[in-house]
Design a protein around this ligand. Structure first.
Ligand SMILES: NC(=O)c1ccc[n+]([C@@H]2O[C@H](COP(=O)([O-])OP(=O)(O)OC[C@H]3O[C@@H](n4cnc5c(N)ncnc54)[C@H](OP(=O)(O)O)[C@@H]3O)[C@@H](O)[C@H]2O)c1
Length: 243
């Protein structure tokens, strides 16, 4: 897969890590379809940047929690041909100690991070299998690998995604559909802007937070021609937070 004249769908692809994934895959030569819940300035800006690279960019509005709406939007966009690469990046955190965690904190995180994966990726798999190939990359988290205090909900959702990736990889590998996960550590985005740097940095051997582009680079590898024998894996991008 060298990315030429191929299409990548980036679910949650208009801001944060997803934005950098969209731009990187466009730079790699993919026509891109990033999604967001509500098309705004960020989405327009990304579309303009991608077009400036000579690739096409169609923004899709969808909420991953809305099973019917998401399926309708995806069916309409990919009616003729399934995407070559799908990146599931959408995710939220609602942290609290488990003893104090209310039902909505649990449900909201599981609904977006895990149920959303089913709602948006499952409708595309049949079409991707029919094409005998493609890439699925799921953004999970170091919290899903090790568990994180204050994030029982988030850790459960991200560990669930790792299980889903491994099981799906076993189902679809023989059809040439490669499925992998990327597990970022602490990356500088909206999601982490409130984290107390002084407390967190000593836990990271590289002594800095990661940049969204550093996650996008690994996604680029997993969607590109050099990763043809990488399948069912969880690739960590964490500065040594988990070793
Ligand atoms: N930042 C980190 O340190 C870190 C570490 C490990 C893993 N991650 C994971 O990386 C991914 C991106 O995180 P980020 O740091 O870039 O966070 P972010 O800036 O807060 O972006 C969150 C993304 O999720 C999308 N999203 C949230 N709720 C959604 C919904 N109901 N339907 C559709 N899309 C929804 C947002 O889309 P809209 O544009 O529609 O809002 C946005 O694209 C997440 O899965 C996160 O768990 C992040």
């Amino acid at each position: 897969m060298n990315g030429k004249n191929r299409t990548a769908l980036i679910i949650g692809g208009c801001r944060g890590i997803g934005r950098e994934i969209t731009l990187r895959l466009a730079r790699d030569g993919f026509d891109v379809v990033p999604t967001c819940r509500k098309r705004g300035e960020e989405a327009e800006k990304i579309a303009e940047e991608v077009r400036g690279m000579g690739r096409s960019c169609r923004i899709l509005e969808l909420d991953v929690r809305d099973r019917e709406g998401a399926r309708k939007a995806l069916d309409a966009e990919f009616a003729e041909t399934a995407p070559d690469a799908v990146v599931y990046n959408s995710g939220i955190a609602k942290d609290n100690l488990f003893a104090f965690m209310d039902g909505s904190q649990w449900d909201d995180v599981l609904e977006t991070n895990l149920r959303g994966f089913y709602n948006t990726v499952q409708p595309l798999v049949f079409g991707m299998l029919a094409r005998h190939g493609g890439r699925i990359v799921v953004i999970t988290s170091a919290s899903g690998q090790t568990g994180q205090a204050g994030q029982v909900n988030y850790s459960a959702s991200k560990a669930g995604l790792i299980g889903a990736v491994k099981a799906l990889a076993r189902e679809v590998g023989r059809k040439g559909l490669l499925v992998n996960a990327v597990a970022p550590g602490v990356i500088e985005t909206e999601m982490t802007k409130e984290l107390p740097k002084d407390a967190v940095l000593p836990l990271i051997p590289l002594r800095r937070f990661g940049r969204p582009e550093e996650v996008a680079g690994v996604v680029s590898f997993l969607c590109g021609g050099d990763s043809g024998y990488v399948h069912g894996q969880v690739i960590a991008v964490n500065g040594g937070l988990v070793i």
